[in-house]
Design a protein around this ligand. Structure first.
Ligand SMILES: C[S@@+](CC[C@H](N)C(=O)[O-])C[C@H]1O[C@@H](n2cnc3c(N)ncnc32)[C@H](O)[C@@H]1O
Length: 207
């Protein structure tokens, strides 16, 4: 069940953005947080990028600076209205990540930030299957999301954050072997790169 704070943060974008900026201080700020999943990718203005679960365009804003071919997908009509307003130079689609209205082999890069921890285990599996399907051969799935802290000092902060804003799916994600799951769906995956005392992970997998 969603907490009241999560509902409020989705209702008021300023609140979501303030919390997100505060959390991003753990990696040196919002700008740096938004670059983490993009490191090592070779992008050009023609790279076809899907920002999966784009919310109000928080990461889309950075992606459109790198490519003229960015699509944002989200299930929330309210978030998409905001994204269109905040970042007009992307294309937006209202859909579920687990059932995307795109042809096979459509994108060079699928990016998702801070979203997979909201998915039920079965949904997560379906999403990985879908991401693999819509990526072009050689395309890359890059994601940033929570990870169990490797530095115990980060556990209290992460736990408070989860109690206030997250549901059991975020706790589930901490127990999930995301690289292993991605490999099951055919991705060639490197080791996760950890940040913020291990409480954040970036994973890149190629098709
Ligand atoms: C925490 S927000 C992340 C937004 C943005 N990517 C960011 O980095 O700040 C998670 C987003 O995932 C979207 N979402 C949740 N479940 C979804 C699903 N099954 N399909 C598509 N979008 C989904 C929500 O509507 C929300 O906008």
């Amino acid at each position: 069940m969603a907490t009241i704070f999560r509902d409020l943060s989705y209702r008021y974008q300023w609140l979501y953005d303030a919390i997100s900026r505060l959390a991003a201080l753990s990696v040196g700020g919002e700008r740096r947080f938004r670059q983490l999943a993009l490191q090592g990718l070779i992008l050009s203005s023609h790279t076809k990028i899907l920002d999966l679960c784009c919310g109000s365009g928080q990461a889309t804003e950075f992606l459109v600076k790198l490519s003229q071919n960015v699509t944002g997908l989200d299930a929330s009509p309210l978030s998409l209205r905001r994204a269109k307003n905040n970042v007009p130079n992307a294309t937006y689609i209202e859909a579920f990540a687990e059932n995307m209205p795109f042809a096979d082999n459509s994108f060079d890069v699928v990016h998702t930030s801070a979203a997979l921890h909201e998915m039920q285990p079965e949904q997560l599996r379906k999403i990985m299957q879908e991401v693999y399907r819509v990526l072009k051969p050689g395309g890359v799935f890059t994601l940033v999301d929570f990870h169990p802290p490797t530095n115990s000092l980060f556990w209290p902060g992460l736990s408070v954050f989860f109690w206030l804003f997250e549901t059991q799916t975020a706790w589930e994600l901490l127990k999930t072997d995301l690289p292993g799951l991605l490999r099951e769906y055919g991705f060639d995956v490197g080791e996760p790169i950890l940040y913020a005392g291990g409480s954040l992970q970036v994973i890149q997998g190629s098709k």
